[in-house]
Structures are given as C-alpha cells and as structure tokens.
Design a binder for this molecule. Sequence first.
Ligand SMILES: Cc1cc2nc3c(=O)[nH]c(=O)nc-3n(C[C@H](O)[C@H](O)[C@H](O)COP(=O)(O)OP(=O)(O)OC[C@H]3O[C@@H](n4cnc5c(N)ncnc54)[C@H](O)[C@@H]3O)c2cc1C
Length: 583
Amino acid sequence: MNGPANHGLTSPVSQGNKGEEMPPATERPRSGSQAEQEPVAESVHEVPASEATNDETTRDATRRGTVAVPSTAITRLRISQDNPPTREMGVRSAARRFSSAAFLTSERYPNLRRGPYGSLSNSHVNTFERILSSERVLTNEDDVAPYNIDWIKTVCGQSKVVLRPKTTEELSAVMKVCSESRLAVCPQGGNTGLVGGSVPVFDEVVISTSLMNRINSVDGISGTVSCQAGVVLDKLEAALEPEGLMAPYDLGARGSCQIGGNISTCAGGLRLLRYGSMQANTLGIEAVLADGSVLNMMNCLKKDNTGYHLRQLFIGSEGTLGIVTQAVLQCPIRPRSVNLALLSLKKFGDVLSTFALAKRTLSETLSSVEMMDSVCMTSVGNKLGLKCPLQSDSDTFFMVVETHGSREDHDMEKMSCFVQEAMDKGLVVDGITSNEPSRMTNLWQLRERITESLVKDQYVFKYDITLPLPKFYEAVEVLKQKLESFGSDVQVSGFGHVGDGNLHLNVTAPAYSDDLQNAIEPFVFEWTSSVGGSISAEHGMGFKKAKFLKYGKSPEAIRLMRSVKSSMDPLGILNPYKVLPPS
Ligand SMILES: Cc1cc2nc3c(=O)[nH]c(=O)nc-3n(C[C@H](O)[C@H](O)[C@H](O)COP(=O)(O)OP(=O)(O)OC[C@H]3O[C@@H](n4cnc5c(N)ncnc54)[C@H](O)[C@@H]3O)c2cc1C
C-alpha cells in the first residue's frame, strides 16, 4: 500500500489551437507526418513508383503508412520560483493554479456551471493507487497536462488525476469508488476527438484506456477480432494483416485513436461507403457502467436478435452511458488490389457527376470517394509542404477515389476506364492513378492531413455535417457569405467524405474570437437542419455541440435520451456536460 499522497500540480495552458510545437505525450505515437515532408512528385496520369518521394513507410496496399496524428500542442505553465510545489500543496491549490491559466473551457464558456459532484481528495487518490498501483495514477503536472487539452486545442479542462487501468476489473473497482463519492469521470481513448468530448470540462477524473491494449483473438475464418478498448487502430490493422483481414473502417487518426474511442464516437472514416458503419460492424461489447457493474455482451455472432440491441447504446454515446472495455469487430477480407485516383475538377457539380459515374463504373470495387476544395489543398501545400501534382487554380476541386478488389489487372483497367470516361465527358480536368503503395500513401496525405494543416498557426472552428448531396458545397458558400465582414483573414473551406454526404466545414482565423464564434453558431446548425442535414455526421456531439442538440433531435427524442441517461447513470457522473444539452 502506498503512503499518504503528495500529488503534483497540473496546469496546461494554451491560447487556443495555435500550432505551438509541443513535447510529445508519452503514449501518443508521433507520426511520420511531423517529419519534414518532401513534395508529392509532380506528374500527370500514371505515376511511376520511383517518383514516390515521401518518407512515410507503407506496409501494404491498404495501410497508408503509420499516420499517427501529432500529439496535442501544449504550452505548460512552468512552476515559478515564487510558487514552488510543496508536499503540503494538495488538489485544492492545484485548482487555484488552473484558474490562472490563459485559456480554460470554464473561462471560455463562463455560463457553464460545475455539476454537484464530489471533489477529489488525497484519500481518493490513495484508494486509486491501491487499486491500480501508484504508477498508473497520474497526478504530476506534466503527466496530467496532455489529458486536459483536446487535439485541436479548443477546450482545456482542469483534471488533477488520470487513472490508467489495465483490466476490466480494475476499471470496475475505480468506477465503484467514483460512484460512491459522486466523482465525475471523463473516459479518454486516443484523445483525437474533434468535439471536445475526450477531455474534462472542469475537474473530472480522466480514465484513460491506453493501457487496456490487449488483442484477445483474431478469427480468420469468421472474420472477427476481439480486443480491449485501448488498442490503437493502427495496431489492430497490424494484427489483422497476417490473417488476411482488415479493420472495417479507417481514419486519418489511425496512429493514435483507439477502438473504444472509435466505438464511442461511432467513427465513420474513409471507407464507410464500402464497408458500412460502426453500428453494423460492432458485434460485441463489454462495458463498465456508472456504478462499476460490468455488462458483458462480447458476442461474436453476426446474427443475434435476442431482444433489445443493447450494445448499440454504447456506439456513439461518447462515454456518457458506460465505458467500453472490450469489443468484437467484424472485419472484411483485406483487398488484394487497391487502386487510387486523384482528380481535379472545375466545379462542384462535376464532383457530384464524377461520384455518380464512379458508382456506375467502379461499382462493387468502389471503397472511398473523398473531396477537398482549393483552400484545403493550398493549406496542406503551404503549411505542410505537400505539393499537389495536378493542375489547379483557386476554384479547383479535388477528389480521391479508391477501389478495393481481388484482381489487379481487372481493377486497374476499371480505374483507368473510369478516369478516361470522366475526362472524355469533361468532368475531370486532370488526374493521376496509381496502385503503387508508397505513391498512394503520398497522394492520400493530401487529403488526410488537411485538419493538421488547418490547425497549424491559427484557430480552426470545425463542423462535421451530413447534407443532401445537392446542398453539399452550398454550406461553404453560404458560410463564406455570412462571414464576409470579418475580412480575408477568416477563411472558409470544405473537404470530406462526399461519398457519404459528409462535409467537414472549417473556418480558420488567426485566433479564437467570441464574435466569430457567435457569427457561425448557431447559424451553421440552423442552416444544416433547415436543408435536411445532420449537425454531426461522425465526430459526435461532445462538449462543443451538446447545446445544439435540438437542431438534430426532436424534443421527444431528447426526452428519451435524457431518460436513458438517467436510468443508466442516475448520478450523472459519466462524461458530464457532453452530448446532452444542460437541462
Ligand atoms: C487527423 C484526424 C482525422 C480524423 N478523421 C476522422 C474520420 O475520418 N472519421 C471520424 O469519424 N473521425 C475522425 N477523426 C476524429 C477522431 O479520430 C474519432 O472521433 C475517433 O473515433 C476518436 O477516437 P479516440 O480513441 O481518439 O477517442 P477520444 O478522442 O479519446 O474520445 C472520443 C469520445 O469517446 C469517449 N471515449 C473514448 N474511449 C472510450 C471508451 N473506451 N468508452 C467510452 N467512451 C470512450 C470520450 O469520452 C469522448 O467522448 C479524426 C481526428 C483527427 C485528429
């Protein structure tokens, strides 16, 4: 048993999502994406392998290198000579120090009130240390800091403790303590979430699943994998590869995001178009509930109609109903041939016509259809040094189209015919096709690293909406018009999974401003709802969108959501302030 606690202080400070370079968080894999980038080689049409210049390594045709998202930038408040930490300083003084931080969620949202939760005491910390051992209870300032701030640096909490269980039993014991003392908790996976759901708002206890990283089994015949929630997506891919399987989804954050986080956000990603949603592909779940009880639904079966599909409650509920500890995923066969096209187009109407053509001509092989506008392409060029190899101007749109199949010659011919037909019809201005793994990795980076480039050296307001396709790019144009008076420092851009009708709408500005935020919100949600769209396509509601839930759900639906929440978490300790609006 450990002696009485003398816990360090934690004071993350950031001005918002300006791109200060940060020390790497210990568990966050750093990506090749942070390395110096050579430009994507300039070339038109077929790309010889020798031109692949980027230093990302690609392990096979479907894994696009080890693209870990860069760790969150944090400027840490250094302990000053006037205020050195002493053994007497407990968690209360830590809270005082936090409140002097330059940017905290509670300050940026001053109307927000802390819920009626217990406060962390040294006795709690000692109990957690008994359950987990002291190494897995982080209270030191520098250790806790990365867990308080989100990846795009838009929210920053004031937690004083991070708990890192390895097993379901440990997590269950931790939740029993939290429930008894009404301590609020914030479950955290890879902390790549983009809606402020993964970090505390006030002083919630952070429960990190990073050490719950065991892959239990891979079944190559039935095509399933069973694993703990903290397995990083990239690691899961590596375990599936020898069995000829792959994960049913893929995201740019694959080097850091975890299976539990993916399930809890109902992540979509780059190949949902082909392989379906998280709801369809999650066969089994184990979760720890608010009172510490364990709900074991680790089903491996494709069919199970025994009443309510309870596992669905944990998919997309963002840690507000339980903490996912293990899961079983259905995994498709890894394709033997992958082909990719990068295309440039004159107008958005041509993007939609090209998508329709891709569905007709690439049919069963079509796996990804992505788009980005010229602001995004310029951003990855200017901020990350990634050069687009296609002809373009300031109005150009770009598409990435990928196919997965089993016969290389057949699939390659299909892709070439598709691009040729799109050019003959005047839809596509310029294009490149490739089936060479490292070249495809390089081309994908132009799309996958847009968010990273937009966050660099500026503030980004990010929106993730689904729209009826004819309205897809209108969202960018309407918002541009609305924000015209803010001048040219404020830029509106769009990219996303056009194949799923999912637009990532971004407003970048030199710094955060209340005026700008108030001009965008709730306007963007009202507009989206008015055209029949969804205000959250795949990122979830988190903290930042919770108060706008009414634009996505009817009053009856919100009432039912509240009643599910209060039945499963009567004390409201699981990820408070997230998903549901304040009542
Ligand atoms: C570069 C980049 C690209 C991205 N691309 C995509 C994309 O294409 N598609 C997409 O959908 N998202 C994308 N995202 C967003 C993000 O990666 C996903 O939301 C991802 O699923 C989050 O996983 P995570 O492990 O990082 O979860 P976190 O960010 O740690 O948490 C997300 C939410 O889930 C909760 N949570 C985490 N783990 C658990 C658990 N075990 N049990 C219960 N609740 C839990 C947290 O409390 C939080 O509310 C991207 C993010 C980045 C930075």
